[in-house]
Design a protein around this ligand. Sequence first.
Ligand code: NDP
Length: 280
Amino acid sequence: MTDKYDKPLNIDRYAVLGNPIAHSKSPQIHAAFAKQTGQPINYEAILAPIDGFAASIKNLIAQGYKGANVTVPFKFEAFNLCDELTERATSAGAVNTLSFNQNKIIGDNTDGVGLARDLTLNYSYALKGARILLLGAGGAAQGVMLPLINAEPASITIANRNLEKAQFMIQKIAAQHAVCNLAVSNYENLQSKFDVIINATSIGLSDTILPISNTIFAKNCLAYDMMYGRETPFMAKARSTGAQVADGLGMLVEQAAEAFYVWRGVRPETAPVIKMMSTY
Ligand code: NDP
């Protein structure tokens, strides 16, 4: 049985919206969670027009969808669209998980917890005392700041093409939380060494290379690219310096598991899904 939109009846519907979206693995991940937990959901990827994000969300609500994930480049727009925000969404200033509840849009951010779980549980990497470099100051970077700070690193440097955005980011977080050493830089001026370098730019979607020096990767550096599904120029550069390299697949599965928990109240096991997705 289907409704007037030709969608299955009696199954709660969710989607991920982005532009571009064809590369998204979220539909396979949520299908695996649904199967594993016995939760009957339908989850699809939707390309939202660059100037039509709000209209796309209204359309989903009108069709009875229960929630949505939000990806590049709509996380700030999603934040502004919400009627209510969770604490971690407020802290991030960006939203990747929306719940539609009695005509209200509730915004959450599961990126931060996703990265923290991937680094600490899946990679067993202790961030305490580490010199962290975060590349990028977009929605994903903002979403991970609080969990990074909570891990008590020695310092966090944020490098971004648009330096004002990075400055705004650290001013905001410093005003809200007791923090470690924070600094901003553009890519070209980075000189000191870092123990953990996280690429949170969307540059991995293209073949453009970030203008960072090979000398900033400390011995035993963990180079983490939030991008997944391909070896990015950042990962190749890091590998050439001898760094340990990780992509964002684990983060993707972990942030999706948290969103699934927000929507369904059931926490799926992530390890088998990460294993399954890494063979795609
Ligand atoms: P946003 O669009 O909010 O931010 C994009 C960031 O990339 C900004 O810092 C922007 O810099 C920078 N950037 C874009 N193009 C260039 C360029 N040509 N040169 C230098 N910098 C550039 O995206 P998100 O923060 O939402 O996502 C960023 C990445 O993280 C994406 O690849 C996304 O797929 C990935 N991601 C992965 C997740 C996972 O679970 N694995 C979760 C969330 C995101 P500027 O401010 O100067 O424009």
